[in-house]
Design a protein around this ligand. Structure first.
Ligand SMILES: [Zn+2]
Length: 655
């Protein structure tokens, strides 16, 4: 900017309480989270779900608080499950007050406070199982990770209820952490092995105005990957020789600590850690105006989304390390694509949008949300995928060592239960992803029936969005305001839409003249009689992968609007790999109110490879015959709700 002023930045998102969501698509999921997931998870955290793996998360806090006897149980990051549940509860209370739920949350927050040590330290694993060993193994033991999740919960709960108890607890904990980590003599020059505290500290800064939280986040980001290496120093202090524990062969890249973050250009290592780190980097780039950090975020974004992301918004190409591998390596059956990783990708995309509103960020955010995130939860809200494959052969899941991490049906709860509460907190706060505002602009990133309360020209404005998205193509915007008020309405034009049509008060607008970085910007003094209509035609699209992706060569995926579709055995019989979809075959999309609680389906003629003429031989020089068949595809997010069976996103495309 010429005058030396920083550019006007977007708020990270519209505050949750500024958005009222009433939407046929999202209400189904927010109701599930409210009525099923949050209560179910509370039971699970308290070990009251028959048949589910024991969580012990609340009991660990009781033991740490001295209120119960017993041993720590669970993973070293078990505390984070409770924190994520509390965060989901906070979002839910913001939009939907519930005194009984709030009382339960207050009670467990008091318990968390009782488990906090006199010096501010708070972690049940070390307090109960490893007293005296605190802060000795940050690479592997998740203390800062658990702290970060508690901070996120505390900020959300404070914003929802105005209650400071948990906020005060985590501020004391942050003060303790500031004493342990930092550049000073006697301090650990370190950072978390599993990131999340970086973005959490930025939230804590926003909630409290205390810049020391921002400075600590910057310290963790700036220190990461520097030499001499923190992990080596930690090991020397522990008296160990060589890297102990898992992933010894790549301890640095696994946690994105192989290089200082500003020198990182490729998405590597554990996918969830990666996108949490990148989210924190983008947060700090926005807060501090650090262009070198923003440039690193852009490079990582480009590599991740153009070389290493599934068409569903899944990330993490292999089970080993739950990590990224190399460019174009996107196997469909043995990948990881953890629900949490797609959730983290949504966080990263949202922050890149705040840094610079470009449609490509919202496109990826939407792709992940409507596909790789929501596939994580069953339609009854009681079962969850941890790994989200794009191709399933149940016999392989049961019979192959390299598929043993892939469950062919969703599970009730996991001993390692990171995904279900993560999904709950995202869905419960989905309103925050729909809009953002800057001083003179209301940005619409997602299409969902909703109202946004904002202020422009120092006057209150309500923007109403009416839509049947993603089932229907038409979205309308109207305005509630006392007098004509000037602001810019920036509507995202999705990258998947080839022929969008925009109308203002019935007159079609020239979109090319209004388009800027994937958004159509309408700047005027709006009045209460104005009506904007956006039509996003959603023909069935055949999507093909870059020719460099071997797993998808000669195959096609089906997409309508933001939703990627898949074939399931329940609709198409088995041996889905034998089905072929010729390029010219006409495909029809319709809504089936009776299938899977009401869902879109795509149907059309196809070919099925026949085994007629084959006796018992395994190989033959005879050309197999393709016989006429029909296919029916359903949205990827609803697959696996009809018992075990084959599934595939990518379909053979005969020439
Ligand atoms: Zn997870």
């Amino acid at each position: 900017m010429l005058d030396g002023m920083p550019p006007a930045r977007l708020s990270l998102s519209a505050p949750l309480r500024a958005v009222t969501l009433r939407d046929a698509f999202w209400d189904r999921y927010t109701r599930l989270v409210r009525d099923k997931v949050i209560p179910y998870q509370w039971e699970a955290l308290n070990d009251r779900v028959p048949g589910a793996e024991r969580s012990h998360a609340v009991e660990n806090f009781r033991i740490a608080a001295g209120l119960a006897q017993g041993e720590f149980h669970g993973y070293v990051f078990q505390d984070s499950d409770l924190a994520k549940w509390l965060e989901a509860v906070a979002y839910r209370l913001t939009t939907d007050p519930d005194p009984a739920l709030e009382a339960a949350a207050d009670e467990v927050i008091a318990l968390v406070g009782q488990a906090q040590q006199p010096d501010g330290y708070l972690n049940t694993y070390y307090t109960v199982a490893q007293p005296g060993k605190r802060w000795t193994d940050e690479r592997r033991k998740h203390e800062l990770y658990c702290a970060g999740h508690l901070m996120e919960a505390a900020v959300a709960y404070f914003e929802a209820t105005g209650k400071r108890a948990l906020l005060d607890i985590v501020c004391r904990f942050a003060e303790h952490i500031r004493g342990v980590f930092g550049p000073g003599p006697g301090q650990k020059h370190g950072y978390p092995g599993h990131q999340v505290i970086e973005l959490a500290l930025v939230k804590l800064f926003h909630a409290t105005g205390d810049r020391r939280h921002l400075e600590l986040a910057s310290y963790f980001i700036d220190e990461r990957g520097r030499q001499p290496h923190f992990y080596d120093a930690e090991e020397r202090e522990r008296g160990e020789r060589g890297h102990q524990g898992y992933f010894e062969d790549y301890v640095y890249a696994y946690t994105q600590a192989h290089l200082p973050v500003r020198e990182q250009e490729q998405a590597v290592g554990h996918a969830v850690r990666a996108v949490y780190l990148y989210s924190g980097m983008a947060d700090l780039a926005m807060e501090t105006g650090d262009e070198s950090l923003a440039a690193a975020c852009r490079a990582l974004w480009a590599n991740l989304t153009r070389r290493r992301m599934y068409v569903t918004g899944g990330i993490g190409s292999q089970d080993y390390g739950e990590d990224f591998t190399f460019d174009y390596d996107l196997p469909n059956a043995t990948m990881y694509a953890e629900t949490c990783a797609s959730i983290g990708l949504v966080f990263f995309a949202q922050r890149m949008l705040a840094l610079e509103p470009r449609g490509e960020y919202a496109d990826v955010m939407e792709r992940a949300l409507y596909n790789g995130v929501l596939s994580g939860i069953s339609l009854d809200g009681e079962r969850f995928f941890y790994v989200n494959p794009l191709e399933v052969w149940p016999a392989a899941c049961a019979g192959r060592h390299d598929h043993r991490h892939v469950a062919p049906v969703r599970q009730p709860w996991f001993g390692c239960a990171c995904c279900p509460p993560n999904l709950a907190r995202l869905v419960a706060s989905i309103g925050r992803y729909v809009y953002s505002t800057s001083q003179d602009t209301a940005w619409v990133h997602l299409f969902a029936g909703s109202a946004l309360a904002a202020r422009f020209q120092d006057r209150p404005v309500r923007i109403l969005q009416t839509t049947g998205y993603p089932r229907e193509e038409a979205t309308a915007f109207t305005f509630e305001l006392d007098q004509p008020t000037r602001f810019r309405l920036a509507l995202r034009i999705p990258g998947w839409c080839r022929h969008p049509v925009l109308r203002l008060n019935g007159a079609e607008l020239e979109l090319a003249a209004l388009a800027r970085d994937g958004y159509a910007c309408l700047d005027r003094a709006w009045s209460a009689t104005d009506r904007v209509e956006l039509a996003l035609p959603m023909p069935v699209e055949r999507v093909r992968a870059h020719p460099g992706v071997p797993a998808d060569a000669g195959k096609v995926a089906l997409q309508r609007g933001p939703e990627v579709y898949c074939l399931e055995e329940a609709d198409n019989g088995d041996r889905l790999w034998g089905l072929g979809l010729p390029p010219g075959a006409p495909l029809e999309a319709r809504f089936d109110p009776d299938l899977l609680g009401g869902t879109g389906v795509i149907e059309g003629p196809a070919l099925r490879r026949s085994d007629s003429g084959w006796a018992d031989e395994l190989y033959s020089s005879a050309a197999p015959a393709d016989l006429p068949a029909r296919i029916r595809a359903v949205p990827y997010r609803v697959w696996g709700n009809r018992g075990p069976g084959e599934m595939t996103v990518w379909i053979r495309e005969p020439s």
